[in-house]
Each structure stands twice: as structure tokens, then as C-alpha cells.
Design a protein around this ligand. Structure first.
Ligand SMILES: [Fe+2]
Length: 153
């Protein structure tokens, strides 16, 4: 377990999460390219949610006196950090991969929240509440993607 009492460690961890959130944004920002109207509309909103996640993390890092930055530069952040190959040409493969990525995001946030909650410091409890809202939305996205995949032929 990482001790999140140390400011630098906490900022480092938040920047790692920020990097993954940039990867999530990359999954949805090409929403107009999809043939399925339902996917276009949903991915557009998912893109907005990812922007909110990014902004919340950036603000938190700044409020801790840190500097937000994506740890992995350039494209395919997700592929490099999680070892997942995405074939966007195949819609079922895309939905399956994204669903898995959001599930991993939910799990990552859950662990982060647990680490923060183990620490009695008020500040960390506060950051846990911010992380929980991102965690819940990752879970909702995961479940939508999983459900949509079931209805695709
Ligand atoms: Fe996210």
C-alpha cells in the first residue's frame, strides 16, 4: 500500500490517474465517427464526463500545490499503461475493450479510495470524496458499455 500521507506521493498518484483519464477522453472524443446514433450520443456525454474527471483531478493536484501532467506522453496511453489492444474498426471489440477499461478504472479508484480512507487525515477524506464521484461514473460507463454490447449483432 502506498502511504498517501506524503504530499509528493499523493500528487504522483493523482497524476497517474490523470494520465489514465486522458486515455479515457481519447476513447470517446471521436464520437461523431460512429454509425450507431445511440453510441454517438452516449459517447459524446461520456467525453464530457471524462473532461470533468480530468478537471477535478487537475484542480485537486493544484490545490495540493502540485503541477498536473500526463505521465505518458502521446497517443495510446491506455494501451501502454494497461496492455489492452483496441481495434476501433470492430464495434463489438471496441465496446468490449472500453467496458473492460472502465471496469479497471472503477477498480483502480476503489483501491485508491480505500488507501485514502485508511488515513484519518481530513484532507485525504476530502480527496476520497472527489475520487468516489469519478469512481461511480466509471462504473456507470462500464455497465452501459457492457449492456450495449449485449444488444449488438
Ligand atoms: Fe474517467
Amino acid at each position: 500500500m502506498i502511504s498517501l500521507v506524503d504530499d509528493r506521493k499523493l500528487i504522483g498518484e493523482l497524476n497517474k490517474i490523470l494520465t489514465l483519464e486522458h486515455g479515457h477522453l481519447g476513447m470517446y472524443e471521436n464520437y461523431p465517427d460512429y454509425k450507431d446514433k445511440d453510441i454517438r450520443r452516449t459517447f459524446r456525454r461520456f467525453m464530457e464526463i471524462e473532461i470533468e474527471h480530468i478537471n477535478k483531478l487537475k484542480n485537486t493536484i493544484r490545490n495540493l500545490g502540485g503541477k498536473p501532467f500526463a505521465i505518458v506522453e502521446g497517443g495510446n496511453i491506455i494501451g501502454r499503461m494497461l496492455g489492452i489492444t483496441i481495434q476501433v474498426s470492430d464495434i463489438k471489440n471496441t465496446l468490449g475493450s472500453y467496458s473492460l477499461i472502465e471496469k479497471k478504472s472503477f477498480e483502480g479508484y476503489s483501491k485508491f479510495v480505500l488507501d485514502l480512507e485508511e488515513d484519518a487525515e481530513k484532507r485525504n477524506q476530502f480527496i476520497a470524496e472527489i475520487a468516489v464521484s469519478n469512481m461511480l461514473e466509471a462504473d456507470l460507463m462500464h455497465l452501459w458499455l457492457k449492456d450495449k454490447l449485449k444488444t449488438m449483432r
